[in-house]
Design a protein. Sequence first.
Length: 148
Amino acid sequence: MTGIRRILYATDYSKASGRAREKAVELAKDYDAELWVVHVIAPTTAYLTEQEFGGAELYMKLEESAKQQAESSMKRLMTTLEKAKIKAKSLLLRGSPHDQIIKAAKSKKVDIIVIGTHGRTGLSKLFMGSVAGRVVSTATCPVLTVRQ
């Protein structure tokens, strides 16, 4: 691969994402490329009715907790990348993970997306879906998937 100037590394802070981070950092070093670190906070889905579970108040607490955890994890990750002398910038987004990753890749004009895959199969993949699979099938740039 030649001409890699910008890399988008998508993370959910899992072990699979950690392996992908290693590869994204390696590429960033090899090509002296800018690394965009993206985490997408998926909207909290309410499964219970208001009467059963406190409604909007609980929803807001869950949303705030998810945001705080994501911000804290991103801060730690960016500190690690800074220590490794990687030119990195972060994006915390909200929405459908695969859609937001694709939009970020286009808006930042990245040359490659690096994303981890959990390697789910069968019913687990059917019900949980595969963010990496959706990114691969809809991205307009190359996607490197790294298995856990």
